[in-house]
Write a protein that binds this ligand. Structure first.
Ligand code: GTP
Ligand code: MG
Length: 453
């Protein structure tokens, strides 16, 4: 964690337009840092009382009015950044906003870098890292669900879950470390039934956090769906049918698609990235071989793989091979296409949970859309979601791997190794909230924000 920025004389005062550029009824310039009061004096002729809207002229260096509007002063530490903050609400035109910003810079501020306000809020302990990211995610949210989830993360729902898990981990570690300090009792300690119960709870808790975070990430990023399967099965036709446009080339020649093609589709407000790939087969053609390699790589990265087969042709060997290569965590659905040829009824097929469709006639596509939506775990009435990012998921995955490894060592009574793994798990979780954060991580996160955030 960084030190409070306002304790150091070297902290610069930053300013930026907080509202989007362009024309608007109101435009806001935000200022934060130790020179905020001086700047307020210079432009307004006085310091507004804390947290009270004051109508005022905003004046240039020669005391001529640039604009008039509302000024708001938030003294440290009760502000978004934790520093002195001034907001000038003027008229939202590019020329007037530019004049006002130039005047603030001339009075002692410098232009803020992208995300710098949020970064200061984080460094001053106003928000943790996951919450700061939620600010950006709330602003960028493309759907109602994503916005609601981001707000819940901003309010700390995600962070609290992480903290609770870190607390459980700490308690467990303390217990195990105590056992290590008394080696003659270690065996008994580690065999303790209570300890076993706590370990199981820890595993359950991290699994549930991982599930919810995955869901939160999907709300934010959308679901990546990969169409894979043997050549000529109708993958490209399905992409076109789902996207409702002729994006991919369709032809009766097997091996038509070589590059990975990507289309964004929206189902009930949920963004899906659908990827069409080359048909999987052994080929002597270099280009096609590269296409097949890319197809396999895309399937490995998917949230959901649609294994598309031609219902009128044998396909078991290819399907088994593809299934064998998919990592366990990736959802998959067998899609039997071309049922217009076989006469199979559209929709869900018995207990095998496959789906029967025809890209040609559109039969069964509604069921396919519904399946994709269900698999994403989206329920319109759900209220418990929080937003999460890929970075958070990776941290949770790492933590889970350490926990699994550590608890595995518990059975062989290796207390020190267990404690070490739990410490790593704790550190991985700490990266989510920013308790442990490599410097470059902060740069990477905040530089992706917009200026003025
Ligand atoms: N009858 C019927 N033909 C289909 C259907 N879907 C695709 N086809 C035909 O099957 C052939 C192959 O379709 P594509 O969509 O190119 O198949 P693909 O899986 O992308 O093939 P590759 O890119 O070569 O791997 C084309 O002639 C399509 O018109 C369907 O539902 N019914
Ligand atoms: Mg194709």
């Amino acid at each position: 964690m960084g030190k409070p920025a306002d304790n150091s004389g070297s902290v610069e005062t930053i300013a930026a337009q907080a509202t989007p550029p362009g024309l608007g009824g109101v435009g806001i310039i935000r200022v934060s840092g130790p020179r905020t009061r001086v700047i307020a004096q210079a432009l307004l002729g006085r310091l507004p009382p804390p947290r009270h809207a004051v109508f005022s002229e905003f004046r240039d260096a020669r005391q001529a009015a640039i604009d008039q509007g509302v000024a708001l002063f938030f003294p440290a530490p009760r502000s978004f950044t934790g520093e002195d903050v001034l907001e000038l609400h003027g008229h939202g035109g590019p020329a007037v906003m530019n004049l006002l910003l130039q005047r603030v810079l001339e009075a002692g501020a410098r232009l803020a870098r992208p995300g710098e306000f949020s970064e200061r809020a984080f460094l001053n302990g106003k928000l943790d890292l996951a919450q700061a990211e939620a600010v950006a995610d709330l602003i960028a949210a493309a759907s109602d669900g994503a916005a609601r989830a981001a707000l819940r993360s901003l309010q700390g729902v995600f962070s609290q879950r992480v903290h609770a898990l870190v607390e459980t981990l700490t308690a467990l570690r303390t217990h195990i470390e105590a056992a290590i300090d008394f080696p003659e009792e270690e065996i008994d300690f580690l065999a303790d039934a209570d300890l076993q119960t706590r370990c199981r709870r820890l595993i359950d808790d991290i699994a549930s956090l991982q599930r919810d975070a995955r869901h939160g990430r999907l709300l934010h990023d959308g679901l990546t769906v990969v169409l894979a399967g043997p050549p000529n099965a109708g993958k490209s036709s399905l992409l076109n049918a789902l996207a409702q446009q002729e994006s991919a080339i369709v032809s009766p020649t097997p091996g038509t698609t070589r590059d990975v093609l990507r289309e964004q589709i929206v189902i009930d407000g949920i963004p899906l990235h659908v990827l069409d790939t080359a048909g999987l087969r052994d080929s002597h053609d270099d280009v096609e071989r590269e296409g097949v390699r890319r197809a396999r790589a895309a399937a490995q990265q998917a949230d959901h793989v649609l294994i598309v087969v031609d219902d009128s042709a044998p396909h078991d060997a290819e399907v088994q091979a593809l299934l064998g290569q998919l990592p366990a965590g990736i959802a998959r659905t067998l899609v039997r296409n071309k049922i217009d040829k076989t006469g199979r009824p559209p929709g869900t097929i018995g207990a095998t949970a496959g789906l029967a469709v025809s890209a040609l006639t559109g039969a069964g596509l509604d069921a396919l859309r519904a399946r994709l939506k269900d698999c994403a775990g989206f329920a319109p009435s759900e209220t418990g979601n929080f937003s999460a990012r890929r970075r958070h998921l990776e941290a949770i995955e790492r933590a889970r791997a350490h926990i699994d490894k550590g608890l595995g060592q518990l059975t062989s009574r290796q207390g020190e190794l267990v404690a070490e793994e739990l410490r790593h798990a704790q550190q991985a979780l700490g990266e989510i909230t920013g308790e442990f954060s490599p410097d470059d991580l902060l740069d990477r996160i905040f530089s992706s924000f917009c200026i003025g955030k």
